[in-house]
Design a protein around this ligand. Structure first.
Ligand SMILES: Cc1cc2nc3c(=O)[nH]c(=O)nc-3n(C[C@H](O)[C@H](O)[C@H](O)COP(=O)(O)O)c2cc1C
Length: 222
């Protein structure tokens, strides 16, 4: 039979082992937590970079003096911009506002929502349109992606004056914008969504560029 001091030594050995295990488990948990936090930060930073890249495709860096990523407002105008909530990124120069980029403007495509980035210059002309995401049919509706087709560049410089509002349609409907062979629904939806974004901008331009109301939100009011 083990004597008391042997038992004590055994227990103290076990307690030390349990302590060491707990310490390792704690260290492991902390390291996993830190790694997770790092990964989240990295993902967020990559997303910011990707977004900035897209914004700068529409308004190049040399055309704006501010940081568009932080000069934003939230707009709630679903009837005109298609989304419950749209962020507007403002580009400014030392002479004042230069362009506003709306994200997302949502068009109602053949297979559902088409998310667009729509940039509008202060003179009311389109600075650029890009498709952020969509589910249109490959080979039919996906020519809206700039990587596949330059179609989306047809909007550059267009405004509500040129072409005239009635001509903001695909050619098949009597307008000036090309459609795709056998796939008119997708471009028709985008033409309509871009036109509505222009109309929203025309009526709300001053407020789109104004800095900070109390809750920093603009709601639909027309
Ligand atoms: C499986 C399938 C997928 C289609 N996908 C699209 C699409 O992504 N975009 C589109 O505009 N039309 C698509 N269409 C065609 C539309 O049903 C419609 O016929 C077409 O948009 C009308 O264009 P059109 O008047 O030039 O023929 C698809 C049709 C089928 C059968």
């Amino acid at each position: 039979m083990p004597d008391l001091s042997q038992l004590r030594r055994k227990w103290s050995g076990l307690a030390k082992a349990a302590g060491a295990l707990t310490l390792f488990a704690l260290l492991g948990a902390i390291l996993v937590g830190l790694g997770y936090q790092n990964a989240i930060e990295r993902i967020k930073s990559n997303e910011r970079e990707a977004l900035l890249h897209q914004l700068l495709e529409i308004v190049p860096r040399e055309q704006c003096d501010n940081n568009m990523l932080t000069d934003t407002r939230i707009i709630q105008a679903p009837d005109h911009l298609g989304s419950e909530q749209t962020t507007v990124y403002r580009a400014r120069t030392e002479n004042g506002p230069f362009a506003a980029i709306f994200s997302p403007v949502i068009a109602s495509g053949y297979n559902g929502a088409i998310h667009l980035l729509v940039g509008i210059n202060t003179n009311g002309s389109i600075a650029g349109v890009r498709v952020l995401k969509h589910r249109e049919t490959p080979g039919l509706g996906d020519k809206i992606e700039i990587e596949r087709d330059p179609w989306v560049l047809d909007f550059d410089g267009a405004s509500l004056l040129k072409p005239k509002p009635d001509d903001w349609r695909v050619e098949r409907d009597g307008g000036v914008f090309d459609q795709f062979t056998g796939a008119t629904i997708t471009p028709r939806a985008i033409v309509l969504a871009v036109k509505k974004a222009l109309e929203y901008f025309q009526k709300n331009q001053e407020r789109v560029f104004s800095v900070g109301e109390s809750d920093d939100r603009l709601t639909e009011d027309w």
